[in-house]
Design a protein around this ligand. Sequence first.
Ligand code: NAI
Length: 265
Amino acid sequence: MANTTTGRLIGLNAIVTGAASGIGRQTALRFAEEGATVLAADLSADGLTKIKSEIEGSGGTCHTHVTDVTDSGTVSALFEYSDEVFDELNCVVNNAGITLTGGVHEISESDWDREMTINVKSIYLMSREAWPRLQKSANASILNTASIAGSWAIMSDAAYCASKAAVVMLTKCMALDGAREGIRVNCVSPGFIDTPMIHGFFRDQSDPAAARAGAIASHPLGRLGHPSDIANGYVYLASGEAEWVTGTDLTVDGGLTSGLWSPGE
Ligand code: NAI
C-alpha cells in the first residue's frame, strides 16, 4: 500500500477523526495508501491500535491519539501531539459523528445536545486549533463529513438532519474565512453508507431488514455506499487536484438525491 512515489497525497500530513470505524477508518487507509502520513483520532483506543497496525503493516505511517472531539482539552492535546509528529499540518478531516433517532417530540434534551455537540461543535473545536497551523502550511484544507440529511429531511431524525445542515453551512462560512489565508474548506455529503452507524440506524427501525432493503432500493445505483466511496472523495478534495475547490458540498450518494425514482420499474 502506502508511501509510494506516485500517490496523490505524497507529503501530506493529515488528522482524521472517527478513524477507528466506518468512513473515518477507510479515509485513514486511503490517505495512507496515497502516501499521506495520518494521525488517527478516535474515542476507541482498540480501534486506533487496529488501524495503526493495518496501515503500518502495509508500509504506511500512522500515529494515533485517543481523542474526544467534544472536549476542548483533549482536542488541544491532539494538536499538541500533531506538533510533535508533523513538521507541518496540511489537512484535517472532521468526520467523527453520531446519529440519534427521533422527532423533536421524542428526543431528550440531553440527546439533542449530544448530537449537536459531537456533530457540529466538534468541528468548531477542531478547526480553531487547526487554523493557525494550516495558515502556515502548503495545500491546507479542512474536510467535514456532512450528509444528504443536511439537505434532505429524514423522518424521525430531526436532530441529526439539523446538525448536518449546520455542518454544510459551517463549511461554507469557513471556506470564505479561509479563502485568503490559503485554507480550503469542503464537505462530503454521503448517502447511506454500510458502516456500524447505519447498522444501528436500521436496528432502531421497527423492521430492520425492510429498512435496509428500502434504503438499498432508494439508491438508483442499486446498493448502499461503501466507506471507500466517501474516502475517495476525500482523497480528491485533500489533493492538489482540488486546489481551486473550496466551499463545496460534494454529494456522494449513488443518485439518492438526484430526483424522483421508482425502483420497482
Ligand atoms: P461509525 O459509527 O462507523 O464511526 C464513527 C466513529 O466516530 C467511531 O469510531 C466512533 O468511536 C467515533 N466517535 C464518535 N464520537 C466521538 C467523539 N466524541 N470523539 C471522537 N470520536 C468519536 O460511523 P460512520 O458511518 O463511519 O460515520 C462517520 C461520519 O459519517 C459521521 O459524521 C456520520 O454522521 C457521517 N455519515 C454517515 C453516513 C452513513 O450512512 N454511515 C451517512 C452520512 C453521513
